[in-house]
Ligand binder design. Structure first.
Ligand code: GTP
Ligand code: MG
Length: 354
């Protein structure tokens, strides 16, 4: 999964990227996006490994791209804006960082900042949708049925955008409409996680700025988390013992990647399944609703191709019965076929033949 970090200049994108991924990107970088990979913390991995001795524990990861740009001015440079949009179009989800800390340059204005960014994205989609409608209407007049459906969808899309609203704020789409929507790659249709980047002394305080971010996320089909990027960056520099101590003193139970990854997973409709053996215990992200062969495909394409069946049980069974042998003896080891949809927390052995 790839998340693009967006936000006005100086809101803390690069600081957050470094904190989450342990990168050392220069604070206020040039035009090129910074990229980093974060391991998703998952307590179930250690739990599984405590029952199934293994050489290696492998976490699932999220890739973050710190996308520079969208200048704060009202007339951004067209070339810069296009470069920015090209990056935005490539990612699965957006992490929209919103400045809620006071750096002495005047009080933070989350409402205005969110509005500036969202307006750019809405305008970008308006242009795409208008030209697509143009094309679809012409083909529809020539009698093409598919284009007729497309034109109707685009009218609906434009009505939402013309109100200044993102496409994700509407959930009113049929399955064929969803498929068509996807083909246009609209940026405001992407899931968004808003990060309220607060000051060091604001982590566990309710502030009106954080409230603005939370309500905006709720009202537009997004989610939000509160983070102090600066402190997270300091945390990332510490060894485990000092880190736990510092977290405790801040009244936090874990670094920000935890809540951030969970929110991103839920936005994207992702669950986790596990493979476990003496070689490695590993977590894999899977789309809710994916079938066993599709899930197997993320482990190896051969397993998807030659899929026979999946033997699985839930992590909870492992805690209850303590070993795979005992799970089998208790009749809790399931044998699932190619239509089985993986559930969150499944531990799976794929049987395949190529
Ligand atoms: N007080 C405080 N300052 C922060 C926080 N996060 C970032 N900053 C400071 O804000 C400044 C800008 O942070 P960056 O991470 O460079 O912001 P950016 O969004 O990457 O900025 P551009 O790359 O210019 O778009 C730096 O001086 C950071 O130290 C925070 O949580 N609290
Ligand atoms: Mg930066």
């Amino acid at each position: 999964m790839e998340c693009g970090m967006v936000g006005l200049p100086g809101v803390g994108k690069t600081t957050l990227l470094n904190a989450l991924t342990g990168s050392r990107a220069a604070p206020s970088a040039a035009l090129k996006p910074n990229v980093g990979v974060a391991k998703i913390p998952d307590p179930r991995l250690g739990l599984i490994a405590s029952y199934i001795p293994t050489k290696k524990i492998v976490s699932a990861t999220i890739q973050f791209v710190d996308i520079p740009g969208v200048p704060a001015s009202s007339r951004p440079d067209a070339a810069k804006l296009n470069a920015f949009l090209a990056h935005v179009r490539q990612v699965d989800a957006l992490v929209h960082v919103v400045k809620c800390f006071d750096d002495g340059s005047g009080a933070p204005d989350p409402t205005g900042d969110i509005d500036k960014m969202d307006t750019e994205l809405v305008i970008a989609d308006l242009q795409v949708a208008e030209s697509a409608l143009d094309k679809a209407s012409r083909a529809a007049r020539a009698g093409d049925a598919d284009s007729k459906a497309r034109a109707a969808l685009l009218e609906k899309v434009l009505a939402i955008l013309n109100e200044g609203k993102p496409i994700r704020s509407s959930s009113n789409w049929s399955d064929p409409e969803k498929a068509m929507l996807k083909s246009y790659g609209l940026v405001t249709a992407k899931p968004v996680l808003y990060v309220a980047n607060v000051g060091e002394d604001q982590i566990s305080v309710e502030s009106s700025q954080v409230d603005v971010v939370r309500k905006h996320a709720q009202g537009t089909g997004g989610r939000s988390v509160v983070v102090c990027a600066k402190l997270e960056a300091e945390l990332a520099e510490l060894d485990e013992k000092d880190r736990d101590e510092m977290l405790g003193s801040m009244g936090l139970s874990e670094p920000a990647i935890g809540p951030l990854a969970r929110a991103a997973n839920s936005l994207l409709g992702l669950a986790s399944f596990y493979t476990a053996g003496e070689k490695e215990v590993r977590s894999w992200p899977v789309r809710l609703g994916a079938t066993a062969p599709q899930a197997a495909g993320s482990v190896h394409s051969d397993i998807e191709r030659g899929f026979i069946r999946a033997e699985c049980y839930n992590v909870d069974d492992l805690v209850k019965y303590k070993s795979e042998k005992a799970i089998r003896e208790a009749g809790r080891l399931r044998s699932e076929g190619k239509n089985y949809q993986l559930r969150d927390g499944d531990v799976v052995h794929f049987l395949f033949n190529v």
